[in-house]
Ligand binder design. Structure first.
Ligand SMILES: *Cc1c(COP(=O)(O)O)cnc(C)c1O
Length: 390
């Protein structure tokens, strides 16, 4: 597959900054996911909507037959509107409001991934009011170190996410005593941008222990949800546009001790959408400092906050003059914050005012995190399908 090829002329017609989604990259990625997950007879991949909720992206994911992992009522609405059946939607989050829980019950979602015993009690009451039974998985904090960025680690002790392992038995018994709760199984999610596949072996082994503890109570575990977190190669969007889903699924297939009839669930976000997304921007000014040269672009941290928020790296390419000799720049945005820096000391084909630049691998946690700080307009997006049909 060829990536990193951009329809520059067509893209030049749009006002920068904006997101450009390459649907052929998304489709190839989805084909690979749906093919590699076949190593399980009984698996469901729920796309984590929070990574990117552009309707065109969600519809393509719905078409591929994936479910959705939602963390708000708004995400459930967006998933259903895109054609993802409620019966394939899971709902996570530490702070589900009563209104969101009622809405999810009314839609008949597959399962609540419950993050505290207090939440089980509320769901039980609201399900009773609605005259339904709510299916739940307990999100357990498995204390597995994801070896990833501190701000995106979620599986360690004293994290706001999940139920403590030592409370597992009590939480399961509590579920089984409640009339309007049906206990389905266990859920974990340990973090994001995990590139060390060994971490998933550790997670699977931990889950084996937790499942055995539940079964020891005489309660079957029909569903195991291992969460998401598979990382991508931000440095190499052209050479490795599709994550290694084969190793990912094989790792769980090898390490999880599965029971007959048990379903394994995955919640992949970033690995599905990151590489299809690109932030298009133009250089406004080139400014020579004492020691640094700045390329000031019209996209800022309001359009793509990952570098400012997590020190994340996005590859930047100059599409207007790809063959110019390289020079070293700090590529910075227009926002009145010193952290509005995309990359420092970066070597790129010489940049001039007006050049169209692309920030690669920006499909996940990009557009969806955009804000209107400084009263900027939201970046918005176009897809490769829009260009083909234009
Ligand atoms: C964010 C999130 C995911 C997806 O994480 P990725 O790193 O994008 O794959 C999955 N499950 C839960 C509960 C999440 O919060």
């Amino acid at each position: 597959m060829i990536t990193g090829s951009f329809p520059i002329e067509a893209l030049s017609a749009y006002e920068t900054p904006f997101y450009y989604y390459d649907m052929s990259v998304l489709r190839s990625t989805l084909r690979e996911v749906t093919s590699q997950m076949q190593i399980f007879d009984n698996a469901v991949v729920h796309y984590a909507v929070k990574a990117c909720a552009a309707p065109e992206i969600l519809r393509e994911i719905a078409k591929a037959g994936l479910g959705a992992d939602c963390v708000s009522g708004g995400e459930i609405e967006a998933a259903i509107a895109a054609g993802i059946p409620a019966s394939r939607i899971v709902f996570a989050g530490v702070a589900k409001t009563d209104k969101e829980i009622r809405y999810a019950l009314q839609q008949g979602i597959f399962c609540f991934n419950v993050e505290s015993q207090a939440e089980v009690e509320v769901i039980d009451q609201l399900a009773a009011e609605a005259g339904v039974v709510a299916s739940v998985c307990l999100r357990i904090n498995p204390e597995v170190d994801a070896h990833t960025h501190a701000k995106i680690t979620t599986g360690m002790a004293e994290n706001k996410f999940g139920i403590r392992m030592q409370d597992l038995e009590e939480a399961v018994r509590d579920c089984t005593r409640r009339q309007h709760i049906r206990f389905l199984g266990l859920h974990c999610h340990i973090g994001s941008q995990i590139t060390d596949i060994q971490v998933f072996t550790v997670l699977a082994e931990r889950l084996n222990t937790l499942v055995a503890r539940v079964e020891a109570l005489g309660v079957p575990v029909e569903h195991i949800n291992v969460g998401g977190g598979l990382g991508i190669l931000y440095e190499h969007p052209n050479h490795f546009p599709i994550p290694d889903f084969q190793s990912y699924f094989a790792t769980f297939a090898r390490s999880l001790q599965r029971r007959v009839g048990q379903t394994v669930h995955f919640e992949l976000g970033r690995s599905i959408v990151a590489q299809c997304g690109n932030l298009m921007t133009r250089c406004l000014y080139v400014k020579q400092g004492t020691q640094k040269r700045f390329a000031i672009v019209d996209a800022g941290m309001t359009d793509l906050i990952r570098p400012a928020l997590y020190g994340a790296f996005h590859r930047v390419e100059n599409l207007s003059c790809p063959d110019a000799p390289e020079q070293v720049y700090d590529i910075v945005g227009p926002i009145c914050e010193s952290s509005d820096v995309f990359v420092e000391g970066y070597s790129i084909a010489q940049v001039h005012r007006g050049d169209l630049l692309v920030m690669r691998s920006a499909g996940a946690y990009g557009e969806v995190m955009a804000s209107r700080y400084n009263l900027r307009r939201l970046p918005g997006h176009i897809t490769s399908d829009d260009i083909l049909t234009a």
